[in-house]
Ligand binder design. Structure first.
Ligand code: N01
Length: 549
C-alpha cells in the first residue's frame, strides 16, 4: 500500500455508473444497499440497455424470459410475469422499467445523458466525468455497464455514403418502426440479428435480397405465449432454478422443455448413437439455445463436435428443399463455435418468390452504389439497406468513449493491440474503474445477467473492504493483465472456438486481436479467480493506495 497526498477529495457521488441495462440497474441497487451514494447515467431516453437500442423487427431474446431476468430480488421475481416464453425488446424494456420503479431506482438514474469524457485525477484518486450537456461530476468509483455488444459495426464498403435510399443498422433501429411494405430491401448479414429481421420482414416487403456470406447454425426458437402453469411453477421453484443456472458453467441457462435441463456429463463419443439421437431430439424439440447443454466435449473435441454438427446440418437439409440452396445455407464449421441462431421459420422464407439469396461466399460485395449494392457484374437495385453486420464486441463501447486513466491513457490506446484486463473487471492504468460483462470475462459464453450480478456483488464487497481499511484507490497491475490475457488465450486454445471466425474471437472486425477478449475456461474457474482475489485481500495483482487528508 502506498500513501499519496490528497489534492481535492470532494466528490459528488461515491460511484457513477454508466449504462442502464440490467447490469447498470443491478449496480445502482447494490451500491445503494451498501450505503454508497450513486448516480447512473444513460445516453438513451429510457432504461433497458441493449433492448432499448435493439428494436428491429422480429427480435426476441434467445434465452428463456424466466431465466433472462434478475435474480437478486424475490419481489421482482414474484411480481413480474412474462407474456412470452422468449420476450421481445418492448417487453424487456417494460421489465427494466418495472425493476427501476419497483426498487425505486429511478431517483438515482439520469437518462438522456451521455458520459462524453472521464478523466482520472491522479492527485486524489478521483474520476472527473463530463456529460454531453457539459455537466461536470466527480466520483471515487466508476462502474462501466456499457454492454458487450453495444458498438455497431458497418463494414467500410466502397460508396457507402452514396446510397440514395434509406439505410439502417439492426442495432439502431428506429423506435417508431420503419414501413418496409412494397420496398426493395437488402439485408447484409445473417447472424442472429439478420436472421430474425429476414424472417420477420420477408412477407411485408416488395422484394428481399439477402446478402449472405457465411451460413450459421439456425434452430427453431419455438416461442409461444407463456403457459400459466409454467410461469407459476418457475416462480415456486426459482431458488432451485437460479442455482442450476449459476452452476451451469457454460451457458448459464438450463430450461429445457420447460424443465430444468439435466446437466450432461461424459463424452459424446461414449454415448450410443441411440442415446445421442434421443438427447439431440429432446433439445431440438425444446428449441432455442438448448444445444449448448449437451456433452461437454463438443466444445473441445472435433470428433465429438462432428456428431452434433452433422445432426444440425441434416436438420437444415431437411428444411431447405432446393439442394443447391441447402448447400449454401448449411454451415461447415464446428457447431457452437459461432453463436447459435434462434429463429422462427427462417429457412422457409427462401421458398417465397420475393426472396432472393445472394451468395457472397466466393464473390463479396464490391460496392454500395447510389441505387443499391453491386456484387461483381450485378447491381441489385434497392430502396433500403439493412446492415445486420454486428458489433465491435467486448471492447467497442469503452474504446469509443473518451475515458482517460493514468497519464491520459485511453482504452482505445491501451487496448489497441488486444484487450487487457484483470479478470475482465479492471484494467491497469484505470484505478477505481470497474467494467461489467466486458473484455476478459466469460460473458460471451455465460448468461450475462447472472455474470453481471456476480461481478457487481464482487465490486460491492471490494468497495466495502477498501472503506474498512481506509483505502481509497485500487488498481490492477500490468503483470496481472498479462497473466490474465495469457490465461484467456490458453483457455481459448483448449477449445474449438479458434477454428471459426466469429465475434467471440474478434474475427468479425478486420484487424481486431483476439488476445484477452474473453475467458473461455467456464464460469466455475472464473468465479474461483474472483474468490481468490478476495481471499487474498487483493494482495496480489492489485495496487492499493490511501490518500491522506
Ligand atoms: O452480428 P454477427 P449480429 N460482407 O456478428 C455479416 C447477440 N444477439 O448482430 O459471418 C458481408 O453475429 C457476417 O458475415 P460472416 C448474439 O450474441 C442476440 O447478428 O462474417 N457480410 C454475419 O453474417 C449474436 O451472436 C440476439 O461471414 C458481412 C453478420 O454480418 C450477437 O449479438 C439477437 C460483412 C454479422 O453477424 C451478434 O449478432 C441479436 C461483409 N463485409 C444479436 N461483414 C438475441 O438474443 C459482416 N457481415 C436473439
Amino acid at each position: 500500500m502506498t500513501n499519496s497526498t490528497n489534492t481535492t477529495s470532494k466528490t459528488d457521488y461515491d460511484v457513477i455508473i454508466v449504462g442502464a441495462g440490467f447490469a447498470g440497474l443491478t449496480a445502482v441497487h447494490r451500491m445503494r444497499e451498501l450505503g454508497f451514494s450513486v448516480r447512473l447515467f444513460e445516453a438513451g431516453s429510457d432504461v433497458g440497455g441493449t433492448w432499448y437500442w435493439n428494436q428491429y423487427p422480429g427480435l426476441k431474446v434467445d434465452v428463456e424470459s424466466v431465466e433472462y431476468s434478475l435474480s437478486f430480488s424475490y419481489v421482482i421475481e414474484q411480481e413480474w410475469t412474462w407474456s412470452e416464453r422468449y420476450a421481445g425488446p418492448q417487453e424487456l424494456c417494460r421489465y427494466a422499467n418495472f425493476v427501476a420503479d419497483r426498487l425505486d431506482l429511478r431517483r438515482d438514474i439520469q437518462t438522456g445523458t451521455r458520459i462524453d469524457a472521464a478523466e482520472f485525477d491522479e492527485g486524489c484518486g478521483i474520476w472527473a466525468l463530463t456529460t454531453n450537456s457539459g455537466e461536470q461530476l466527480r466520483s471515487r468509483f466508476v462502474i462501466m455497464c456499457t454492454g458487450m455488444l453495444n458498438q455497431p459495426v458497418k463494414p467500410p464498403f466502397k460508396g457507402l455514403d452514396s446510397f440514395e435510399g434509406k439505410q439502417y443498422h439492426s442495432a439502431r433501429w428506429p423506435k417508431e418502426g420503419v414501413d418496409l411494405s412494397e420496398q426493395r430491401v437488402g439485408v447484409i448479414g445473417t447472424g442472429s440479428s439478420g436472421v430474425q429481421i429476414i424472417s420477420a420482414i420477408a412477407s411485408q416487403v416488395g422484394h428481399l435480397h439477402v446478402f449472405h456470406r457465411t451460413p450459421g447454425y439456425c434452430l427453431p426458437l419455438r416461442n409461444c405465449v407463456m403457459p400459466e402453469e409454467y410461469s407459476t411453477r418457475v416462480k415456486a421453484n426459482y431458488g432451485e432454478w437460479r442455482a442450476a443456472e449459476r452452476y451451469n458453467s457454460f451457458g448459464g441457462w438450463v430450461a429445457l422443455n420447460y424443465q430444468i435441463g439435466k446437466p450432461v456429463t461424459g463424452s459424446a463419443l461414449d454415448a450410443t448413437p441411440e442415446e445421442r439421437q434421443a438427447l439431440f431430439d429432446e433439445r431440438w424439440e425444446s428449441g432455442g439455445l438448448s444445444f449448448y447443454n449437451v456433452y461437454p466435449d463438443v466444445y473441445t473435441d472435433l470428433k465429438a463436435n462432428a456428431v452434433l454438427s452433422k445432426y444440425l446440418q441434416d436438420k437444415i437439409r431437411e428444411r431447405v428443399k432446393d439442394p443447391k440452396l441447402a448447400e449454401i445455407l448449411t454451415p461447415k464449421y464446428p457447431a457452437l463455435t459461432k453463436r447459435l441462431i434462434a429463429e422462427t421459420n427462417y429457412y422457409e422464407v427462401y421458398e417465397q418468390e420475393n426472396v432472393e439469396l445472394v451468395d457472397l461466399s466466393k464473390q463479396g460485395i464490391d460496392e454500395i452504389t447510389p441505387k443499391g449494392v453491386r456484387v461483381g457484374d450485378t447491381e441489385y437495385a434497392l430502396d433500403c439497406i439493412v446492415f445486420a453486420t454486428g458489433f465491435d464486441a467486448m471492447i467497442g463501447s469503452l474504446k469509443a468513449m473518451d475515458v482517460r486513466g493514468r497519464n491520459g491513457l485511453t482504452f482505445a490506446e491501451h487496448w489497441d493491440d488486444g484487450a487487457r484486463t484483470h479478470m475482465g473487471l479492471m484494467s491497469a492504468g484505470f484505478p477505481n474503474l470497474f467494467i461489467i460483462n466486458a473484455a476478459g470475462s466469460p460473458a460471451p459464453l455465460f448468461q450475462p445477467i447472472i455474470l453481471g450480478q456476480e461481478q457487481v456483488q464482487w465490486v460491492g464487497r471490494l468497495m466495502i473492504k477498501l472503506a474498512e481499511r481506509n483505502i481509497n484507490c485500487i488498481e490492477t497491475t500490468s503483470k496481472a493483465e498479462d497473466d490474465w490475457g495469457r490465461l484467456c488465450d490458453e483457455t481459448l486454445s483448449a477449445t474449438l472456438f479458434p477454428l471459426t471466425d466469429s465475434w467471440y474471437i474478434g474475427k468479425n472486425v478486420p484487424g481486431k486481436s483476439h488476445t484477452g477478449l474473453a475467458y473461455f475456461g467456464g464460469m466455475e474457474s472464473y468465479r474461483q479467480a474472483m474468490t481468490d482475489a478476495e481471499v487474498s485481500a487483493y494482495a496480489d495483482d492489485f495496487i492499493l493506495t490511501t490518500f491522506e487528508g
